[in-house]
Design a protein around this ligand. Structure first.
Ligand SMILES: Cc1ncc(COP(=O)(O)O)c(C=O)c1O
Length: 426
């Protein structure tokens, strides 16, 4: 894919980057009047903020040996994926896909250097990957067990290609072994010995070749240092956990990498991290690429991370459709609750105008969402638009066919999400 130079596209570099702001960008304020006539609910992306976030990632990575792989699950929008790849010049390379079918579809659309980060053994999906590889695309798949290796090899054999596999290493923090597991539960591969055993087992399969390692430190990248409403003690505990867990992650990656090399593997990539661990993952000498997705749109679950700060770039607008009393307004729609462990942090964040909060007994509703108005705030009128930020970056795209793309001085343009392109992968 063509990647015009960031400078050419006018993307701000380094010192020109404005600090993140908590109030809506100018483009949004200008849009408020138009929203009275727009079809609501409406989801939008501030392209100027998106580009500044991309520039922040570039400046965080500058001077390290890492490249950035774009995590597609946090965009789910081909236009934005292209824009991100373009913004980053040589720093951004490839896409971290969340399904094999998605990778095959992206490959058909001209994307290349795709890494399917979550395994499957479904023959149909792996056949689609194998076909893309047979056409000359680079599509690699993450595996963590002989079952995955076998399924991949069989797909490769069916299409006359050798498929490349990347081992997923679990780097959860386990100070008491299996008694205390801080991290996600995905891969059973934890030790160098297990890595070596899987490499050896994979040699029995001729349709697959192991070429790399992925180790995502979810307990660092996915845990805010200062979550909304956290006490000083909770903040201190999270920071203390990360201080001990981060060197342990780096040690586990180094040991697994040494195991691959000891088995004679020519390692093409070592992938790690995410938006929430940018500053620590970039300092792991084993890592050759970091996956970044959420940074571009900066959903509200990323507000409390230490490290580079990003600015909100994706929003949705709901109509105030009724006023149950002087202290409340009720919006039409709004139940876009994020995945993950259920809790108030998974709700969207009422964002503009300020001074609105959820009603705890109702939360974000299936077709209506009441909001409480803080004392002293002017109540919004029926017909006004209220702006919200989603908790996570990619899931909003599953609720809307298109994003209104906003940029200062340009009229909004609607561009399709994956859903708007009739694609739904998970
Ligand atoms: C394997 C993997 N890498 C990276 C990420 C980070 O993505 P983001 O930058 O959107 O937080 C995730 C998020 O869940 C992930 O599962």
């Amino acid at each position: 894919m063509q990647r015009p130079d960031a400078q050419e596209r006018g993307v701000p570099q380094g010192s020109e980057i404005h600090p993140p702001t908590s109030s809506p960008p100018l483009a949004w304020r200008a849009l408020q009047a138009e929203l009275r006539h727009a079809r609501l609910p409406l989801a939008a992306v501030d392209l100027d903020a998106f580009d500044r976030n991309a520039a922040r990632v570039v400046s965080a990575v500058r001077g390290t040996r890492c490249r950035v792989r774009i995590a597609s699950k946090s965009l789910r929008h081909r236009g934005l994926l292209r824009r991100a790849l373009t913004c980053g010049g040589d720093t951004f390379a490839g896409v971290l896909c969340y399904s094999a079918d998605e990778a095959a579809w992206l490959s058909e659309g001209g994307f290349d250097d795709l890494l399917v980060a979550y395994p499957t053994v479904q023959a149909r999906a792996l056949d689609a990957v194998a076909k893309a590889v047979a056409r000359g695309a680079t599509v690699r798949c993450v595996v963590d067990s002989p079952d995955h290796v076998a399924a991949l090899s069989e797909a490769g054999a069916r299409h006359g290609v050798v498929l490349e596999a990347v081992l997923d290493l679990d780097v959860a923090f386990r100070p008491l072994g299996p008694l205390l597991h801080v991290g996600v539960r995905r891969s059973p591969l934890r030790t160098a010995a297990q890595v070596r055993a899987l490499v050896r087992a994979s040699r029995a399969w001729s349709g697959v070749r192991i070429v790399g390692l992925m180790a995502y430190e979810a307990h660092v990248a996915g845990v805010e240092d200062r979550s909304r409403g956290a006490s000083a003690v909770q903040v201190a505990m999270v920071r203390a956990m990360k201080r001990v867990a981060i060197p342990a992650v780096h040690a586990m990656r180094a040991a697994a990498l040494a195991a691959l090399e000891a088995e004679g593997i020519e390692v093409a990539l070592v992938n790690g991290g995410g938006t929430g661990s940018l500053s620590s993952t970039l300092h792991d000498p084993s890592v050759t690429e970091i996956s970044v997705g959420s940074a571009f749109l900066c959903p509200h679950l990323f507000d409390g991370h230490d490290g580079p700060a990003f600015e909100p770039a994706a929003f949705f607008a709901l109509e105030v459709s009724r006023k149950p009393d002087a202290r409340h307004v009720t919006c039409a729609g709004g139940g876009y609750v994020a995945s993950g462990a259920p809790g108030p942090d998974r709700l969207p964040l009422p964002w503009w105008p300020e001074g609105l909060s959820w009603v705890p007994l109702e939360g974000a509703g299936e077709v209506q969402s009441p909001l409480r108005i803080a004392r002293g705030r002017r109540p919004p009128d029926v017909g006004d638009a209220i702006l919200f930020r989603h908790a996570k970056a990619g899931e909003l795209a599953e609720r809307f066919d298109a994003y209104a793309e906003l940029s200062a001085g340009a009229p909004p343009v609607l561009s399709p999400t994956y859903r708007g392109e009739q694609q739904c992968f998970l």
